[in-house]
Design a protein around this ligand. Structure first.
Ligand code: MN
Ligand code: MN
Length: 317
């Protein structure tokens, strides 16, 4: 009977293995999105803990294990990733970064009862429901990291555009919930940093050409050697911790371990650092154990969106 089986196997339709040949740039875009989700899933376990509490409970927190104050399943992500995915879908549906589409997407996202939601996001989405205006009122107090954590799809969709177009898109998505000068500066800096990393620039280039000008304009972002532990949701604290971790390490894994073990707003520092480190080190740099642990549905959505958004910006990439 052996030969019969072989015959059947041979006559069966050939299933082509779809091998995804990505360009180096598309590879970095995918790694940035997966990096964001991995940083979120890894950091969420220790969000709001102090470094001492993390050490006492885990030693070094280096596995995607779920739990935390949100009692997550291992590999589950939080608002940082799910808001980015909601924004990415809105951008793809509209064909560009569009404030009304982003506001409607965030509102639908909030109605679906996300596992967590920031105060500024909630407040300004409720205002949007009443006013229909996708631009939140300017506020010097709304300097949280909520617009920064979800900027990746807007960054991918604007790759290759003029600086003015990039700034306008960065603000359009940010101002739905965070209409604030420091948040704007952070969003813009990280958007340009992502673009540079997609183009293959180094961490040093980012530090000299993107972060140094940010600090020149807004000295409050300056980060010194003093380790920024327990970073809060204040966009300045968040970026200082992310910059310290990203520029002091030379791998995706080291960068994420450095930043999430500082505790504080660890899912968000993890997400932002994961975005940068993913774009910098590519898929090859992402530890396999973390990739396997990430929720499958989330991983596939991140991959597909990253490819589609880059394709939208840059059909030849
Ligand atoms: Mn979160
Ligand atoms: Mn957070």
């Amino acid at each position: 009977m052996f030969w019969t089986g072989e015959l059947i196997a041979r006559s069966a339709p050939i299933r082509r293995r779809v091998s995804i040949e990505r360009s180096p740039m598309a590879e970095r875009a995918v790694a940035a999105y997966i990096g964001l989700a991995i940083g979120d899933a890894l950091g969420a376990t220790v969000e709001f803990m102090t470094p001492g509490e993390i050490r006492a409970q885990y030693g070094l927190h280096d596995e995607i294990r779920g739990g935390g104050w949100l009692r997550l399943k291992a590999g589950q992500v939080t608002d940082d990733t799910t808001m980015a995915l909601a924004l990415g879908e809105a951008i793809l549906a509209a064909g560009h970064v569009d404030a009304p589409a982003a506001a409607a997407a965030f509102d639908a996202w909030m109605r679906a009862k996300p596992v967590d939601i920031g105060n500024t996001v909630r407040r300004n989405l409720i205002t949007y429901r009443q006013s229909g205006n996708p631009v939140a009122p300017p506020s010097e107090h709304d300097a949280g990291n909520g617009a920064v954590m979800r900027l990746l799809p807007a960054a991918l969709a604007t790759y290759g555009q003029t600086a003015e177009q990039i700034r306008a898109a960065s603000q359009a998505q940010a101002h739905v919930t965070h209409h604030n000068t420091l948040s704007d500066a952070a969003c813009e800096t990280l958007t340009f940093a992502v673009h540079d990393l997609l183009a293959g620039k180094s961490s040093r280039d980012i530090e000299g050409q993107r972060v140094a000008p940010l600090i020149a304009d807004f000295p409050v972002f300056a980060y010194d050697r003093k380790r920024r532990d327990n970073p809060s949701g204040y966009v300045v604290d968040t970026l200082q911790a992310v910059f310290q971790a990203f520029f002091a390490t030379e791998s995706f894994e080291d960068c994420l371990l450095d930043v999430v073990n500082r505790g504080g707003d660890a899912d968000t520092t993890g997400a932002i650092a994961g975005m940068l480190a993913g774009a910098r080190y590519g898929m090859a740099g992402i530890p396999k154990r973390w990739l396997r642990a990430l929720d499958d549905f989330t991983r596939v959505r991140c991959e597909k969106q990253a490819e589609a958004l880059l394709q939208l910006a840059c059909p030849t990439a």
